[in-house]
Design a protein around this ligand. Structure first.
Ligand SMILES: Cc1cc2nc3c(=O)[nH]c(=O)nc-3n(C[C@H](O)[C@H](O)[C@H](O)COP(=O)(O)OP(=O)(O)OC[C@H]3O[C@@H](n4cnc5c(N)ncnc54)[C@H](O)[C@@H]3O)c2cc1C
Length: 459
């Protein structure tokens, strides 16, 4: 669990008072401010960024969070006290110009870069690919890119898989090349976007932007950033929001514990939660929004950390990749030796593979990971001392990892999702970010954008 709970979280007391008095709570105005009170639903990066920004501008803000911890899909586990590790977002992607870089600096969070190009790719035989095999893989990669670029200029939209299979004459492609193509599609697209290539829109899957510069892990984990944002805020934990009534001048938010009222409400619920209908809006959200919620995809990425007594893999590379069978199973591994100096491997499973494996027992997941590692490094490798596994699909407050541009969606739908309603209901979260969807910085920036909308509306 994230270790960000400090004195600034006033979990129980406010709630208890409300229940005893039988009254609805609202963000309290002090004499110093006449600004409208704001409720923020969700204490992930988007909600915290909005609340932090508004609180600094003297708005009375209360954050309602369903979990008993902060950070949402950034979650630093302290299960290994000497080695805090991120079960959700791990990297700041692109340090240059990325607002999270400045945030990390302001919180004295140490950043450790890793490099995608510092990698080794293993073939089906379990041996690292030779130069000739790497060149063959690169040629297949070029054919995939050419096919997808061509498809982006052509109607109708198709899934990435349909485009690639047609362009590469799939049925006639040798089995070994099919395996290589599946590897490329998984390692470059499914692991990044979380959506299955059968569902990713060929037109829009990559319709986002990225910050330049290296990627960096946060030593101590993302909780370092969460702490900076949460400091001083009034955050109520274990407040699962069930209903949002925005029919009147004040918005009424009902949780499993209490009723809250405010002039403005920021909804930073994950797309998976919006899709589930777990939170009832009255009046219902307009069709343009419900269409966006239905059509945008919610993707999957799960992590499995294995902690070993010693390093038995090449100790200078960041990434170990393998052409796997079945496709997409344990394709990508990160070694924490170069970055954190620890004998820990982090294996990923994305999209369909991630979703399926999540239903397995811990024992079965670890056994499956170990079978792959034995194929690559020999039967004599040591058993892990311990493991940590994420399950984002069955997490009821996430219901998936992050959003992707699915076949049937368009980037404009993210703008529809982001649009405020009636000057009192506002929307943030990674899925509302057209430029930076699926990322921690996208979530953060969406929170800042909503805070700015509220400030502008007030002025
Ligand atoms: C495995 C994984 C790896 C990732 N890796 C990276 C990475 O390396 N770099 C990167 O930039 N991004 C990464 N991401 C994406 C990034 O974590 C997310 O985009 C970002 O954290 C989303 O923030 P958010 O505020 O939009 O949503 P969330 O963090 O999900 O916040 C929403 C909050 O709402 C709460 N909530 C849900 N339902 C209710 C309810 N009914 N009532 C009240 N509260 C509720 C949730 O508990 C949560 O705290 C990764 C995500 C995952 C899952």
């Amino acid at each position: 669990m994230g270790g960000g709970r400090r004195r600034f979280i006033q979990g129980g007391q406010g709630l208890l008072a409300a229940l005893i008095l039988g009254q609805a709570c609202r963000p309290q105005r002090s004499g110093a401010t006449d600004r409208p009170g704001v409720l923020v639903i969700g204490a992930g990066l988007a909600g915290l960024a909005a609340a932090h920004s508004l609180a600094r501008a003297n708005y009375p803000v209360v954050v309602l969070e369903a979990r008993d911890r902060l950070g949402g899909r950034t979650w630093t586990s302290t299960h290994w006290p000497d080695l805090p590790l991120d079960m959700g977002a791990s990297w700041i992607h692109g340090l240059r110009g990325n607002p999270l870089t400045a945030l990390a600096r302001s919180g004295a969070v140490d950043l450790v870069t890793t490099d995608y190009d510092n990698d080794l790719i293993y073939g089906p035989s379990g041996q690292p690919l030779e130069a000739q095999e790497l060149a063959h893989l690169a040629r297949l990669g070029d054919r995939i890119t050419t096919a997808l670029v061509a498809a982006q200029g052509r109607d109708p939209d198709q899934s990435v898989r349909a485009v690639v299979q047609a362009a590469l004459d799939w049925a006639a492609l040798p089995l070994a090349d099919q395996q290589r193509v599946d590897f490329l599609l998984n390692s470059t697209l499914e692991q990044e976007y979380g959506g299955s290539v059968s569902q990713l829109s060929a037109h829009w899957y990559d319709d986002g932007e990225a910050f330049p510069g290296p990627d960096a892990l946060l030593r101590g984990g993302y909780q370092g950033l969460v702490r900076v944002l949460a400091e001083g805020l009034d955050i109520r934990l274990q407040q699962g929001v069930q209903a949002v009534d925005w029919s009147g001048r004040e918005v009424v938010v009902t949780t499993n514990q209490a009723t809250y009222r405010a002039e403005r409400v920021v909804v930073s619920l994950p797309l998976g939660v919006l899709k589930s209908g777990a939170v009832e809006f009255s009046p219902p959200l307009p069709e343009v929004k419900t269409t966006a919620i239905a059509r945008l995809g919610m993707g999957m990425l799960n992590k499995c950390y294995l902690r070993f007594p010693r390093v038995f893999w090449p100790d200078t590379v960041d990434w170990l990749e393998q052409i796997s069978s079945p496709p997409g199973r344990w394709t990508e591994w990160v070694s924490l030796v170069p970055s954190l100096g620890q004998p820990v491997l982090l294996g990923f499973n994305a999209a369909d593979q991630g979703r399926e494996m999540e239903t397995w027992s811990d024992g079965a997941i670890v056994a499956s990971a170990m079978a792959i590692l034995q194929r690559l490094f020999g039967a004599q490798i040591p058993e892990p001392l311990d493991y940590q596994i994420s399950r984002w699909q069955s997490d009821r407050y996430a219901l998936g990892a992050y959003s992707f541009n699915a076949l049937g969606s368009t980037p404009a739908m993210r703008d529809h999702l982001a649009q405020g309603l009636a000057g009192r209901l506002f929307f943030a979260g990674e899925a509302t970010s057209r430029q930076y969807f699926g990322t921690a910085h996208g979530a953060y920036l969406s929170g800042l954008a909503v805070a700015q909308q509220i400030r502008q509306g007030y002025r």
